[in-house]
Design a protein around this ligand. Structure first.
Ligand SMILES: [Ca+2]
Length: 350
């Protein structure tokens, strides 16, 4: 596979003081999740974060495997956890970039994802106290599983106490501010409420409106090459959507999880987020409240330039991984053999 990469010379950057980031995603259909994972992997290899785990919290048999496919060219040893420990329901939608990526890069070595809650518990137990930033860009299933969990082989602490011990920051893509209805929070309102009301620490939220105009990933193959799984995911999405690029809800969340306070975004006054039964959210200002939301300080073009800069960086890999990639077939070789149905669009989710 002629996949464009930069070959690393020497050891990867030392990451002692980089924040440890655990990324939770409804990874299977929307390409902003793919971009978020790609940016997290690049931030990791650049020494800006220590990416300690990736959780899939969506009902789809392809998500965890697709995460392996996207991760492989970045040469990062990333533990993957998946909701329920198995991939539950075959996806029957006619379009699904996750399935197409899995089929296009079938030679990527298979790992075995663990249960999403167990993966979180293992990562938090192994981390230094207060060192973990949880970034959530999807649903709440694994986070609720963690909240409900009891002591196990990874830790003597119950889930709430383990979060209290290990998590320093939590950044979540979800909601519309100050009020509205957004997919991540509205998908299963009872689970969302469980996290908002029980999470033992503050939650910084990135609302739909913060990134809706921040479009990234246009003509991504020009930078990452046609063989890039990330570029292929964008190409498939663009064919279905009939427009190029994608708003950066999830990438902006990963960026803010990595860099915290920055010149591009400020945070609202503290408050409390509540949820109606239909998933509509309301932000109530409250001194010392547990929630706040992101407010861009700059225009969408400037935010997009920053995020695109990270998304478009080539993977930096060992010479061994570069050799392994070269020996594989890629989508260009496989494309003609893929079922035509993989390229038929479906309705967008948001
Ligand atoms: Ca997502």
């Amino acid at each position: 596979m002629d996949l464009a990469v930069d070959v690393r010379e020497g050891e990867a950057p030392h990451r002692d003081d980089a924040p440890s980031l655990y990324l939770e995603s409804d990874f299977y259909m929307d390409v902003d999740d793919v971009a978020a994972l790609a940016i997290a992997l690049t931030l990791h290899t650049a020494g800006k974060i220590d990416l300690i785990g990736f959780g899939v919290n969506a009902d789809n048999e392809w998500g965890a495997r697709c995460a392996e496919v996207v991760t492989y060219p970045y040469d990062v040893d990333l533990p993957v956890g998946v909701r329920g420990g198995i991939m539950e329901e075959p996806d029957r939608r006619p379009y699904d970039h996750s399935r197409t990526l899995c089929e296009s890069y079938s030679e990527v070595p298979r790992r075995h994802p663990s249960d999403g809650t167990a993966a979180l518990r293992r990562a938090l137990a192994a981390a230094a106290p207060g060192s973990v930033t949880v970034a959530s860009v999807g649903f709440m299933d694994n986070l609720v599983g963690l909240l409900d969990s009891g002591p196990d082989e990874h830790s003597d602490l119950a889930g709430v106490d383990l979060i209290r011990r290990s998590v320093g920051r939590t950044v979540m893509m979800g909601g519309v501010f100050p009020s509205g209805r957004e997919h991540n929070l509205a998908w299963r309102p009872a689970l969302t409420r469980s996290v908002l009301e029980r999470w033992p620490g503050p939650i910084e939220l990135v609302g739909f409106e913060a990134a809706d105009q921040v479009v990234i990933g246009r003509d991504l193959a020009d930078d990452l090459g046609q063989e890039s799984p990330v570029a292929l995911a964008f190409r498939l999405f663009e064919e279905f959507a009939g427009r190029t690029g994608r708003p950066s809800w999830d990438p902006l969340t990963v960026y803010l999880a990595a860099f915290g306070e920055c010149e591009l975004v400020e945070w609202s006054e503290p408050g409390r987020l509540t949820l109606d039964d239909d998933g509509t959210n309301h932000f109530h200002p409250e001194p010392g409240g547990p929630h706040k939301y992101a407010i861009p300080r700059v225009g969408p073009e400037q935010l997009a330039r920053e995020l695109d800069g990270w998304l478009r960086r080539l993977p930096v890999v060992s010479s061994e991984r570069a050799d392994a990639l070269r020996s594989m077939d890629g989508p260009t070789a496989r494309w003609g053999a893929l079922p035509a149905s993989t390229r038929v669009p479906h309705a967008p989710r948001r």
